[in-house]
Design a protein around this ligand. Structure first.
Ligand code: HEC
Ligand code: HEC
Length: 274
């Protein structure tokens, strides 16, 4: 946990400033490259990669290797039938359309739970339920840990959004709406929606179309896997416009990594002689 990923930014103005400054940061890297296991190992101590105590899995490079195999369509037993990377991308960033959620850097236990829920039908989905049913318990853990350990760049945001819509979204995120009875998303999803591992996913950098669709599913009862109905209760108070606003807002928020000040080793600090 050397580099803290979670922003200390609070306040809409500060966050909107960050959004405008860095919307297309980082997408210069190769989109098709499968990350090397050795590079991912460094992230195993990050809280994103640590499982909830209910999962008895040692998160190590063996698990990451199996996770990569599953992501590529291979498996220990049987097989998922479909390589995850076909839809979710080699580095877990999907194709940018928002049809496929971003998985890179997502809380591992959250991802694992979604696979369990797709398989059981608590989160029914035509595509994912069949895929998840073919995975073993260990394969679910492995592929979840694998995606949790990936630090991937962000794809450019498709389309533009109205500034007043983004402001309303930012307000819902940071303080909610007392009038409508909507709590602030940051209460659970962490500062700037960076997530709160192991169980609360990040919203920052997730695709707007995907998030809007999930909120609608909760409101309409199509997704029913949130403990104590927290998200369905919230979604039931939101209009389509509210959902769109908060989703477009979070799609533009980027994790703010604390700047670590480093002095290059090759430069000697001159001695001060007086
Ligand atoms: C044919 C395309 C396709 C393939 C292949 C695929 N997915 Fe998905 N995945 C989707 C779609 C579409 C959704 C959104 C479904 C929904 O609305 O719940 C999704 C959603 C998910 C989610 C939910 C993410 C979240 O933020 O809640 C997880 C986790 C996931 N997929 C993991 C996987 C894994 C692991 C594999 C490989 C074993 C895989 N997917 C293969 C299309 C695919
Ligand atoms: C009381 C805590 C709490 C609050 C407040 C909250 N959430 Fe959530 N949210 C959760 C939990 C827990 C989950 C994961 C549910 C699950 O296990 O599938 C979640 C999941 C989500 C997801 C699904 C993400 C994905 O990758 O599929 C979206 C979208 C979401 N929340 C949006 C919001 C928005 C927008 C707000 C503010 C208006 C909000 N949440 C407020 C607890 C909360």
């Amino acid at each position: 946990m050397t580099q803290r990923r979670f922003a200390k930014t609070t306040g809409i103005a500060a966050t909107l400033g960050a959004i405008i400054a860095v919307p297309f940061m980082g997408w210069a890297q190769n989109q098709e490259t499968q990350p090397a296991i050795a590079a991912l190992e460094a992230n195993l101590t990050d809280e994103r990669a640590l499982f909830n105590a209910t999962v008895d899995a040692t998160v190590d490079d063996d698990l990451l290797e199996l996770g990569q195999l599953v992501a590529m369509g291979g498996a220990e037993n049987g097989g998922s039938g479909m390589a995850c990377i076909t839809c979710h991308g080699a580095n877990g960033t999907g194709d940018g359309s928002g049809a496929f959620p971003r998985l890179a850097g997502q809380a591992g236990w959250y991802t694992y739970k979604q696979l369990v829920d797709y398989a059981s039908g608590a989160r029914p989905n035509q595509v994912m339920s069949g895929i998840a049913q073919r995975l073993t318990e260990r394969e679910m853990e492995a592929v979840a840990a694998y995606y949790a350990a990936i630090d991937a760049p962000y794809r450019p945001i498709p389309g533009e959004a109205d500034v007043s819509l983004l402001q309303w979204g930012g307000q819902l995120g940071a303080v909610g709406s007392a009038e409508k009875g909507i709590p602030a998303c940051v209460n659970c999803h962490g500062p700037s929606g960076m997530g709160n591992p192991p169980s609360v996913p990040y919203l920052a950098g997730q695709y707007a179309n995907y998030m809007t669709y999930q909120l609608q599913l909760w409101r309409e009862g199509g997704r029913d896997n949130d403990a104590m109905n927290v998200m369905s209760a919230i979604a039931s108070k939101m209009t389509d416009e509210d959902m769109r606003a908060v989703s477009e807002y979070y799609a533009r928020v980027r994790p703010v990594v604390d700047v670590v000040e480093t002095v290059p080793a090759s430069i000697d600090t001159p001695e001060i002689t007086e």
